[in-house]
Design a protein around this ligand. Structure first.
Ligand code: ZN
Length: 70
């Protein structure tokens, strides 16, 4: 399994992204986890990726719904 480049990628914190904050996560080599210094969110690479996808999706649906409020 190729390990090269792991931890060098910048992932956006999905938890902060939900609050409209664009925060890069740090990589904890010992735990093999990404963490956010702002909101204490931690997660594996795959969790971060999955949550970021969910955020993006939710954002889109939120934007769509706003027009239906009145
Ligand atoms: Zn965060």
């Amino acid at each position: 399994m190729p390990q090269a480049g792991k931890g060098r990628l910048n992932y956006r914190c999905p938890s902060c992204f939900m609050r409209d904050l664009d925060i890069d996560m740090f990589y904890d080599r010992e735990k093999d986890e990404y963490y956010c210094i702002r909101c204490q969110f931690t997660g594996k690479e795959e969790d971060v990726l999955r949550l970021n996808e969910m955020c993006r999706f939710r954002y889109k649906s939120m934007m769509k719904r706003i027009t239906e409020f009145d």
